[in-house]
Design a protein around this ligand. Structure first.
Ligand SMILES: [Zn+2]
Length: 233
């Protein structure tokens, strides 16, 4: 196998890989992703709060109807002409009035509770919107920093890609195919030397039979890290 030229290729590719990794691990990029997540969560939260507010308003409407009906019933009880009633009927009217009063008290408590709930939902909603706006503003800032870094790396990356394309011509297509497949799987370095009796990338120890196979075939895929171990005399 044509090890020398693929190693020369890998040496150039190392610089490209390092630039790619730099961009992938850029803290501003990570912040952008985190802020995107915050914005999405805030949006979900605010629609949930809108639904909650809608439900509370609906309940308030129904409660208002109940209060009106109870008051109307109370007024009817009170307007009865007492002089024409028997003692039993008066007792009944009094107990009706008590029930109306107690119903009204319960409804009033519920109304207070709903008012508290809606205030809570509103303040949560405002807090969520504030979080969303802050996330959006910060996102712009970090995005600009990341974009600047991408712009700075681009010419270097283009230049390295050109160098690699030129080097490809010296490499056996089969070897290059293996290299590119591993590289696409983010296995780097792809080709590593046998170090003692271990893989040069992950340092996993190779069995005696694996080493003898490697010496025969010149290369062997590491069972642990999937790099291609090569043997150089
Ligand atoms: Zn390995």
């Amino acid at each position: 196998m044509d090890i020398t030229s693929i190693l020369a290729y890998q040496e150039v590719d190392k610089k490209l890989y390092s630039l790619e990794q730099d961009l992938a691990k850029d803290p501003n990029k990570k912040r952008c992703n985190d802020l995107n997540q915050t914005a999405r969560t805030s949006q979900q939260k605010s629609s949930q709060l809108e639904e909650q507010a809608g439900a509370i308003l609906k309940e308030l409407g129904e409660l208002k109807k109940s209060i009106d009906a109870t008051k109307k019933h109370g007024a009817e009880v009170l307007s009865s002409d007492v002089s024409e009633l028997t003692v039993e009927q008066i007792d009944e009217a009094v107990s009706k009035k008590d029930r109306v009063t107690s119903n009204l008290t319960a409804l009033d408590k519920r109304l207070t509770k709903l008012a508290e709930n809606i205030n809570h939902v509103l303040s949560e909603f405002n807090r969520t919107i504030k979080l969303y706006n802050e996330a959006k503003q910060q996102y712009q800032k970090f995005k600009a920093a990341y974009d600047a870094k991408v712009k700075e790396s681009e010419p270097k990356m283009t230049e390295l890609s050109k160098q690699l394309a030129a080097l490809e011509k010296n490499i056996n297509p089969k070897t290059l195919e293996i290299y590119k497949a591993k590289r696409a799987d983010k296995i780097f370095p792809v080709f590593v030397q046998l170090l003692g009796n271990t893989c040069g990338r992950c340092r996993m120890e190779l069995s005696a039979s694996a080493i003898s196979k490697l010496k025969n075939e010149q290369i062997l895929t590491c069972e642990n890290c999937r790099s291609v171990i090569y043997y150089k005399q």
